[in-house]
Design a protein around this ligand. Structure first.
Ligand SMILES: Nc1ncnc2c1ncn2[C@@H]1O[C@H](COP(=O)(O)OP(=O)(O)O)[C@@H](O)[C@H]1O
Ligand SMILES: [Mg+2]
Length: 430
């Protein structure tokens, strides 16, 4: 039996050895990390690989440039790379605004990623650890014991009650003085904030980050968005900070998604192989979304285990596709599918028509991934679906997904909220 997780994962990629492709993005991240000032902002669609890239930024910040070397960027790595201690925090929609965000960070007890872990405090014990298996994997600090005083942030030095911004400044400057410089001899502290897009009230967040950023404290944020404006509403205030740090994660090139399968074969150490035609087909179906490639890869391993073979042939892959067609393979995507169509065959057909609308090379670059209702109406009529306007709203309703969002600036144009779901609908049968 082959364990699919050896070669494939639907989780964020932390290990540089599992991270495929993205040479240009790695270069940009490397440059952004090595400039003393500036904010890093990673943005792109859901499932495209933002969080994984952010974890690789963290790795390089610690001084581990394995990934850059593997990507052939050896000669571009600065001689004296800037080295950081790092904090990583994933936001959620309960964080209403900047103040809440800072409060959360000042109270986060995560032992390997939290801010509080680094605040100097009598009795707290820290130890060095590396986030990768590499020999040169840069060391970070983690908490072994919080000490006898417990972990309440009020027990830590210089909490200014009622002023979270000042408290945060005090915390980070204590970290910079004692841990970053004195203990570890590093250049600065890097605070990475993932899922930044889910914070509902982003008013003033840009200028807050700007006011906190110094040569000793750098921020990196990441989240879903077409452009920087989606991520930081007052982005004008951080424009200059972003000169090097705006990093748009686009869908992968086909050779990169094929690369995920090649990498998996290496990780399986020859116990599993794909015939070339299947690799090509998986890359084509994935349309640059590594998440879908990983999911399909996993399904192939399960099927191969079932058939007691070690090669994913075209015949085997066809069986994988047949299972997906009937909704058996990906329970989460299937639930989304059922919730979207809600017992209406007409809506099901409409959803498929929308998902299958071929991508066009429109003059407007940003139209990629968008669907046009007008074009679907005609086809729907041919299939005698009459009430398009009555069956469409459920697809736009947040209570059932939403599956689609309206593109505000132009009427009749919609976009799939989750591009991977669109890929799934294409494989699903109706
Ligand atoms: N460079 C990469 N190489 C291989 N797999 C990747 C890469 N980037 C992302 N993935 C895979 O794609 C999926 C989505 O990645 P993630 O970083 O969580 O995306 P996002 O944060 O944009 O939603 C995960 O299954 C991850 O394993
Ligand atoms: Mg993510």
């Amino acid at each position: 039996m082959i364990d699919p997780e050896i070669g494939f994962t639907s989780d964020v990629i932390r290990d540089p050895n599992r991270f495929v492709g993205r040479t240009d993005l790695i270069r940009s991240c490397m440059n952004a990390l090595n400039s003393p000032l500036g904010l890093i902002a990673v943005y792109g669609k859901r499932g495209v690989g933002k969080s994984s890239l952010l974890r690789q930024i963290q790795q390089m910040a610690l001084g581990d440039y394995t990934l850059a070397r593997q990507a052939g960027l050896d000669h571009e790595i600065p001689k004296n790379t800037r080295k950081y201690l790092t904090v990583y925090y994933a936001c959620d929609s309960m964080i209403s605004d900047g103040a809440t965000l800072l409060t959360r960070m000042c109270n986060d007890q995560n032992e390997e990623d939290g801010l509080l872990r680094l605040v100097p405090n009598d009795g707290k014990e820290l130890t060095e650890f590396t986030r990768s298996q590499e020999v040169h994997g840069g060391a970070d600090l983690k908490v072994v014991s919080w000490g006898t005083k417990g972990v309440e942030s009020s027990k830590y030095a210089r909490v200014v009650s009622g002023d979270i911004v000042q408290t945060f400044r005090n915390f980070t400057s204590a970290i910079v003085t004692h841990q970053v410089k004195k203990l570890m001899g590093r250049d600065a502290l890097l605070v990475l904030l993932d899922e930044f897009d889910v914070i509902p009230n982003k008013n003033g967040l840009g200028s807050l980050i700007k006011s906190l950023s110094t040569a000793d404290l750098k921020f990196g944020i990441s989240g879903i968005g077409h452009d920087l404006h989606d991520l930081i509403q007052d982005h004008a205030s951080v424009e200059r900070l972003l000169e090097q740090g705006a990093i748009h994660v686009k869908p992968m090139a086909e050779f990169e998604t094929q690369g995920i399968l090649n990498r998996a074969e290496q990780l399986f150490k020859g116990h599993l192989t794909f015939v070339p035609a299947v690799k090509k087909e998986i890359a084509r179906i994935s349309e640059g979304y590594p998440y879908f490639t990983q999911l399909l890869g996993k399904e192939c391993v399960l099927k191969v285990n079932n058939k007691r073979t070690t090669e994913v042939s075209e015949v085997i892959f066809q069986e994988v596709l047949d299972d997906i067609k009937t909704g058996k393979s990906f329970p989460t995507l299937e639930r989304t599918y059922q919730r979207a169509i809600g017992n209406s065959t007409d809506r099901q057909i409409l959803l498929h028509l929308l998902a299958e609308q071929p991508e066009e090379n429109t003059i407007f670059n940003e139209d990629v991934g968008r669907v046009f209702l007008k074009k679907v109406r005609k086809e729907a009529e041919d299939l005698s679906i009459q009430y398009v306007d009555q069956i469409l709203p459920r697809l736009l309703n947040g209570a059932f997904g939403p599956t689609l969002v309206r593109v505000p600036e132009r009427p009749g144009i919609y976009e799939f909220v989750n591009p991977v779901f669109r890929l799934y609908v294409r494989l699903r049968h109706f």
